[in-house]
Design a protein around this ligand. Structure first.
Ligand code: UGA
Length: 512
């Protein structure tokens, strides 16, 4: 894809984008959109983050992010600014990517979303499309709409009566089925010069419901809310952005639909059109299903261990059936991160509030919570007494190619090993600064190392907790020579058991 071709034909003044919230979703989205040719402003409540971005520094590690950030700060297509009101006023398409952290109940805390909606309400000048990208429960888009109506002023200065929050209307038959719409090439409705025509018509309102006297929003206020959930994976976020399997757009008006199609047109990807609630539900259902696959295969792995079967062969044997698929069937120490665990709980809570007992997903979570403890049992079985033993740990991030340790399985494992008196030597290619904040160095108890070799030195066992590519390439014989006792406990099935054993290790992995 040549990102410039689109940019060059674009009257960029037509669509001006602001991304609100520059975290793991917002920042890759913002620089990705800039790479597609759009002019993008980015804003965040964290002033220090904006300052660091303005100086050209990405606030977290994500492959390719630093390079793309530098490129578009220089091209001027991405501009981080601290003043969110100004950033909102300057744009007509607003991507809401703020955080939705978890509350004690398991429900997401939507206060950042509400704050953004109120700020948008105070800064509505002309038509705006508000695109919800944060992972949120169903009906949040309706709440954003209601909040904007409630806090916005009409041109006469009076607040508008809010519309009731209700389920999104079902799309009319005339618009075709979701699959028919998805199958259409995204340029099908542009009639003429691809890209430009649709962009002009979309933003100017020509040919849209609004221009035909059929406004999609409350009279007097010009805005639409759309739900455009993201499916980016940390560690692959930019790859996912530029090569999406699908893009989901929940919309309530032709104008919103055409704008989103125009924004994503350069990606040449199937776009699924839905209503707002459906789009929101798709996101939660996707993450819940992925989590279910992982917990399923983890139990199969446990069974394999009992009966002496090999889970990797089982995965191949079932995964080659396209109805099952190979993806997300890697057994190990469980899923972590900021999304899968949190979204699973939020989905269960949502189901509960709607009177649906999603017991299946509660079980998925319960199985996942046992994974770290099961792994620790293997460590105890292998080492007998933990107190005073030196244990090397390779991998702390919740997955490779990120420095993120949120809900990482490494956290309960490190915590327990420390509590049981082991001396830890930790190494991770990226996540050590974050882990240090959680577990500072302790003389004679916990030490951060500059290489896998250093983590293995003098160790009575080496644990693999994250499947970093660089660990796959380790010289196992050299590693073994560093160790006091060559025991390798692999929580991610990184190696072929025969070759590790041939290198002189006692090797314990998962489900084989
Ligand atoms: C997840 C989803 O995969 C994305 O599609 C989604 O956009 C994102 O959440 C989100 O909601 O923002 P992410 O949390 O970045 O992405 O990471 P995943 O690749 O899903 O991995 C999650 C955890 O599952 C990791 O700890 C990983 O090690 C574990 N995992 C994954 C397994 O244990 N086995 C597998 O087969 C796959």
């Amino acid at each position: 894809m040549d990102p410039r071709t689109f940019a060059d034909e674009v009257p960029t003044l037509m669509i001006r984008i602001t991304v609100l919230g520059l975290g793991h979703v917002g920042l890759p989205t913002a620089v990705g959109l800039a790479e597609l040719g759009w002019r993008v402003l980015g804003t965040d409540q964290d002033a220090a983050k904006i300052a660091s971005l303005q100086q050209g520094r990405a606030p977290f590690y994500e492959p390719g992010l630093q390079e793309l950030l530098s490129k578009h700060l220089q091209s001027g297509r991405f501009v981080p600014i601290a003043d969110s009101s100004a950033a909102i006023r300057a744009a007509n398409v607003l991507f809401v990517c703020v955080g939705t952290p978890q509350r004690a109940s398991g429900e997401p805390d939507l206060s950042q979303v509400e704050t953004v909606a109120r700020t948008i309400a105070r800064n509505l000048e002309g038509y705006k499309l508000i695109v919800e990208k944060s992972t949120v429960p169903v009906i949040t888009a309706q709440w954003i709409k209601k909040t904007i109506e409630r806090y916005a002023k009409t041109p006469t200065g009076a607040s508008l009566p809010p519309s009731p929050v209700r389920a999104a209307p079902v799309l009319s038959e005339a618009e075709g089925s979701a699959s028919e719409r998805a199958a259409k090439p995204i340029r099908a409705a542009t009639h003429g010069e691809p890209g430009q025509a649709v962009r002009e018509r979309a933003v100017l309102g020509e040919g849209s419901e609004a221009a035909q006297g059929n406004p999609a929003t409350t009279p007097g206020l010009e805005f639409d809310v759309a739900s455009n959930p993201e499916f980016l994976q940390e560690g692959k976020a930019l790859h996912n952005f530029f090569h999406p399997d699908r893009i989901v757009c929940g919309v309530e008006s032709e104008r919103a639909w055409e704008i989103l199609r125009a924004v994503y047109e350069p990606l040449h990807c199937p776009i699924l059109r839905t209503d707002l609630n459906t789009a929101e539900l798709i996101k939660h259902a996707a993450n819940a299903f992925l989590a279910t696959k992982i917990s399923f295969i983890n139990l199969v792995a446990d069974l394999c261990e009992r009966v002496g079967a090999d889970v990797t062969k089982v995965v191949e044997g079932i995964g080659r059936d396209p109805r099952i698929g190979m993806g997300f069937l890697r057994p190990g120490i469980g899923f972590g991160g900021y999304c899968l665990p949190k979204d699973l709980r939020a989905f269960v809570r949502l189901a509960e509030t709607q009177g649906v007992d999603f017991a299946l997903l509660k079980e998925v979570e319960r199985i996942n919570q046992q994974r770290a403890e099961l792994f620790l049992k293997k460590v105890r079985q292998a080492l007998w007494v933990l107190s005073g033993k030196i244990i090397g740990v390779l991998g702390l991030a919740f997955k490779p190619n990120t420095d993120d340790i949120r809900e990482a399985p490494s956290i309960p494992i490190v915590e327990s090993l420390l509590a049981e008196g082991a001396n830890l030597q930790l190494y991770d290619p990226r996540a050590m600064p974050n882990m240090q904040q959680r577990f500072p160095e302790q003389e004679g108890k916990l030490r951060y190392c500059s290489s896998p070799d250093e983590a293995a030195r003098g160790a009575h066992a080496l644990l693999i907790l994250t499947e970093w590519e660089e660990f796959r390439k380790l010289d196992l014989s050299r590693l073994r020579e560093q160790m006091e006792v060559p025991i390798l406990l692999d929580g991610r099935n990184l190696y072929d058991p025969a070759s590790v054993r041939a290198a002189g290790f006692e090797y314990i992995s998962v489900g084989r």
